[in-house]
Design a protein around this ligand. Structure first.
Ligand SMILES: Nc1ncnc2c1ncn2[C@@H]1O[C@H](COP(=O)(O)OP(=O)(O)O)[C@@H](O)[C@H]1O
Ligand SMILES: [Mg+2]
Length: 296
């Protein structure tokens, strides 16, 4: 790929529009802890965002606030430029923009077959049969499960159930797709295939947000990272955020492999720019920085 011209680089750095945001939002469970307090949080158009934090840090709560399943005790959820109203009309506007896929597909799937399950959201929007069929076909294809359309959901594997749950959200054609720990419980091949699928959705213009514990996956996959710490949520470019050891410790996370390699190469004077995010990028870097080290 050629170097972008200077104006392109400028544009890349410009922050995108905020698709959905929390403003001064607080939330406490009844008979439970205050999970988020006075939080400002933005989901920026086109920026893949990883939510990271220890168990119980509030990732799921934050996602449910962003998708309207929970309502902030104080503050607002902003969609476009207007606060969300939690009446039928407001929630429909929110659900056609933001879709949440919960962690356990068995909490999301309920219809007898894959096709019926994925149809449910579009049918509820009152779309025509033809439009519903088109959306379901598109979502099944995006998740690579077209062949499973007639399969009873209770006969699917875990990975297939997970894909079906994601297809149900994709069929709503959301601008923001939020996934709660989508790779948890998948085998390595299943994880890779899911990342490829999510890349396809990103390429098609969906803004994707995921919660994960996996810092290496976040570094490789995300543009931005939001770290949930006891002193608040810190968001920024993923390679910067995941290099901040103190912040990582507060969030109960460890230094990603790619950042450790980047620091090592920099200390040795072998690297000036960005560090590698994948083994392939590391191989390319070492080939150019250490020609003698090339395996040939
Ligand atoms: N339904 C609930 N009722 C009461 N407390 C809850 C409920 N759900 C979560 N919590 C508490 O809220 C905090 C944040 O939980 P959660 O958002 O699920 O964190 P995470 O997804 O990062 O593990 C935890 O202390 C958890 O015990
Ligand atoms: Mg959670």
């Amino acid at each position: 790929m050629s170097e972008p011209s200077a104006p392109d680089r400028e544009r890349e750095r410009e922050p995108g529009a905020s698709l959905v945001a929390l403003r001064a939002a607080s939330y406490a469970y009844e008979d439970g802890p205050t999970v988020l307090s006075d939080l400002d949080f933005d989901v920026t158009e086109g920026r893949a965002l990883a939510l990271l934090g220890r168990n119980g840090s509030g990732k799921t709560t934050l996602m449910r606030l962003l998708s309207g399943g929970l309502r902030p005790d104080q503050g607002d959820l902003i969609l476009g430029s207007a606060p969300v109203t939690y009446d039928r009309k407001g929630l429909t506007r929110l659900r056609t923009t933001v879709q949440l896929v919960v962690q356990d597909p068995d909490d999301q799937l309920f219809a007898a077959s894959v096709e019926q399950d994925v149809s449910f959201g579009p049918l509820n929007l009152g779309l025509s049969d033809a439009e519903v069929r088109a959306r379901v076909a598109e979502a099944l294809a995006a998740l690579d499960i077209s062949a499973l359309a007639d399969r009873p959901t209770h006969l699917l594997s875990y990975g297939q159930r997970k894909r079906t749950a994601i297809a149900g959200a994709v069929a709503m054609r959301p601008r923001v797709l939020i996934l709660d720990e989508p790779t948890a419980g998948l085998d390595p091949d299943g994880q890779e295939r899911l990342l490829t699928t999510l890349q396809g959705l990103r390429d098609a213009g969906t803004t994707v947000v995921m919660a994960t514990h996996d810092v290496d996956l976040a570094l490789r996959w995300a543009d931005d990272a939001a770290l949930l710490t006891p002193s608040g949520v810190r968001t920024g470019p993923v390679a910067e955020m995941l290099a901040r050891r103190e912040l990582l410790a507060q969030a109960g996370l460890t230094l990603p492999w790619g950042i450790a390699v980047r620091e090592l190469l920099r200390d040795k004077g072998l690297l000036e720019g960005e560090g590698p995010r994948t083994p392939e990028e590391l191989a390319a870097l070492t080939a150019s920085a250490m020609p003698g080290a090339s395996a040939g």
